[in-house]
Design a protein around this ligand. Structure first.
Ligand code: FES
Ligand code: FES
Length: 152
């Protein structure tokens, strides 16, 4: 049975009529054509699909669309302001913190949450906070460097 669900994505109100058990990731990628958020494992294990829901990181592949009703979703497409990249995006570019780039959107969204919680990284074990994110290319040292670079 389809249900109509309202939420916002990157500041835009959105309404979809769909199976409420569909994943947020499917809706983002297939219905809203926001393909920056990646499908990795589909089981909550790799975190390639990380987005923010009301400011908190979630794995979009294991979150149903019904669970985010009335929430504000932020995806990688919503970070830049016009041509001005978010400072975390700038830092990843400056450090070259990717190879294939498949994990990058999820890593960046997680870093945005982390830096919102602790802008100077004064009380955060960054490696521990990023531990759930898998980078098959093994770019972890540069990713950690980029996150520290983005700290104010
Ligand atoms: S695709 Fe969502 S955690 Fe792997
Ligand atoms: S850069 Fe390839 S998976 Fe991380």
């Amino acid at each position: 049975m389809e249900t109509t669900i309202t939420f916002s994505v990157n500041g835009q109100p959105r309404t979809v009529t769909t199976d409420p058990e569909r994943s947020l990731l499917d809706v983002l990628r297939e219905d809203l054509q926001l393909t920056g958020t990646k499908y990795g494992c589909g089981e909550g294990q790799c975190r390639a699909c990380t987005v923010l829901a009301d400011g908190k990181s979630i794995a979009a592949c294991i979150t149903s669309i019904a669970e985010v009703e009335n929430q504000s979703i932020l995806t990688i497409e919503g970070l830049a302001k016009g041509k001005q990249l978010h400072r975390v995006q700038e830092a990843f570019l400056a450090e070259g913190a990717f190879q294939c780039g498949y994990c990058t959107a999820g890593m960046i969204m997680q870093a945005v949450e982390l830096l919102a919680d602790d802008p100077k990284l004064a009380k955060t074990d960054v490696a521990a906070r990023m531990q759930r994110h898998i980078c098959r290319c093994g770019t972890y040292p540069l990713i950690l460097k980029a996150i520290h670079r983005a700290a104010v």
